[in-house]
Design a binder for this molecule. Sequence first.
Ligand SMILES: NC(=O)C1=CN([C@@H]2O[C@H](COP(=O)(O)OP(=O)(O)OC[C@H]3O[C@@H](n4cnc5c(N)ncnc54)[C@H](OP(=O)(O)O)[C@@H]3O)[C@@H](O)[C@H]2O)C=CC1
Ligand SMILES: O=C(O)C1=N[C@H](C(=O)O)C[C@H](O)C1
Length: 270
Amino acid sequence: MSDLRIVISGAGGRMGRALISAILDTPGLALAGALEYAGSGHLGEDAGLMAAGRPAGVKVTGVDAALPAGDVVVDFSTPAASVGLARRLGASGTPMVIGTTGFSAADLAALQEAAGAIAIVRSGNMSLGVNLLAALTRRVAQTLDESFDIEIVEMHHNKKVDAPSGTALLLGEAAAEGRGRHLDECADRGRDGVTGARKSGDIGFASLRGGSVVGEHVVIFAGPSERIELAHKAEDRQIFARGALAAARWVKGRPAGLYSMADVLGLADF
Ligand SMILES: NC(=O)C1=CN([C@@H]2O[C@H](COP(=O)(O)OP(=O)(O)OC[C@H]3O[C@@H](n4cnc5c(N)ncnc54)[C@H](OP(=O)(O)O)[C@@H]3O)[C@@H](O)[C@H]2O)C=CC1
Ligand SMILES: O=C(O)C1=N[C@H](C(=O)O)C[C@H](O)C1
């Protein structure tokens, strides 16, 4: 069988480089393109040298040169870039895996629309561990009543630009779903000053930033005289790269639609 040809969008970033390195190390996968924006200082570099210190024979290019050779596009860039790319891929029918976070409600609506034309897997976290944690969070939230307050604490490196993290929101959505609610109705995304007592049923978020932390999340169920904590600690970005590449294999040939990592990992009915 021929190799799956993957185009990486956001190629020069932390995740872009982790993905290129993983593709070069994985039999059955081929790097077909490495995409950056028009003014990027990486344009023209060999993507393999940039990411892994060994040539791949694929240059970092703009969108026009990068897209045509790919079976699947894997995108870890910025919300505006991801939305633009998803719209553009509608014309070729090329499926897409999106790991980017920090989307607005309007961005998410645009991705939903784009998924009318192509298959898209989108997840705020591509790792097996976090997606299992989300399934556990849904179960625990379903089991406990609202005398248990749900708080989600996350910590990331000091270069991260969005908060709460995409993972924290994914976990919050799982908790809200477990309670039969929608996160938009009950999220408390930041406290400062005299905020008043905590509202029962809210799902609270707190974000810490510092150093080189890859990504840590704790879901706290704080009840009367006892507390349950479910936690995940990412030690290496390769866990996200592995998940994204599994999603790339899975999404090729799927009908148009918006899919999650729970679909890819078979956790949807967990
Ligand atoms: N779902 C998951 O499992 C994970 C998701 N993420 C998310 O992925 C995203 C990227 O993270 P990370 O790699 O750490 O961030 P980086 O800032 O290191 O990488 C983003 C890259 O995208 C580039 N870029 C900017 N605009 C465009 C464009 N129009 N087209 C193509 N590339 C563009 C940036 O270039 P420049 O730097 O020059 O602006 C940069 O090289 C974030 O939203 C992050 O939260 C991260 C890890 C795991
Ligand atoms: O920006 C990051 O680094 C990460 N972003 C994702 C998020 O927003 O949750 C996933 C991971 O935690 C790392």
